[in-house]
Design a protein around this ligand. Sequence first.
Ligand code: SF4
Ligand code: SF4
Length: 292
Amino acid sequence: DVPVLRKPSWIRVRIPSGNAVAKLKEKLRENRLVTVCEEASCPNIHECFGHGTATFMILGEVCTRRCSFCDVAHGRPKPPDPEEPRHLADTVADMGLRYVVVTSVDRDDLRDGGAQHFVDCIAAIRDKAPNTKIEILTPDFRGRGRMERALEILATNPPDVFNHNVETVPDLYRNVRPGADYQWSLTLLQKFKAQHPEVVTKSGIMLGLGETMEQVQATLRDLRAHDVDMITIGQYLQPSAHHHPVLRYWTPEEFKELEEYGLSLGFSHVASGPLVRSSYHADRSAMEAGVA
Ligand code: SF4
Ligand code: SF4
């Protein structure tokens, strides 16, 4: 058994008072929408909601895969809800969001991996909230012919930012991300960029699952070699005792070192810090990359 590590001080966050977040949460309930911000008890929720940024989870809350770090339920998902794009767009407009991240569970049960539903959501948001920038954080669309189908569909209405997380270093995939394939994810990122040179591509990894500095640096080099523009690097936090343990808390200095390393490789933006999440400061990073 691995001992449970005590959280270092830089992981704890102060929760400010105020009802802006409470109001947004009410709106979300009214429209029956799910945000990752709430579901994952993200430590940045006050900051993000306060800035007009949120991450929505579409295509249900049940995943066809089972990653050891992830808190999402596993099982047989329901068919996509045709009303969801409209509800999502109404909520984005209602909340006055300036930047949204739209993500989903893996839908290995769907022929297109859910790509059409992503595009329907993009179209609906653009219709109702034309000034809102849209980042999609997609699954890997793994499976025979699925990546090609998904890329073809996404090309009909591409997002402002295309994000797909490799999550961890390749040596840990079997243990941490079963059902996924490191090279497949890199290829997806590269192919999307080749099709849409004007769209910013983004990926991210979590630290604390047992990786070494050398392995992380090698992963950053792989991502850059596959034309990824922006990177997020954050500390993994264990959602419950049943999930993959935190094997190490990386220090703020190490995160800083990785940020510098990433910039030296030529990424246009590197967000690296203990509390960084895939969508943390997504609006600001995108602005710096010339999107928002
Ligand atoms: Fe939501 Fe992402 Fe911000 Fe966390 S970092 S509150 S998940 S938008
Ligand atoms: Fe969680 Fe994504 Fe893995 Fe599904 S594929 S278990 S949503 S990390």
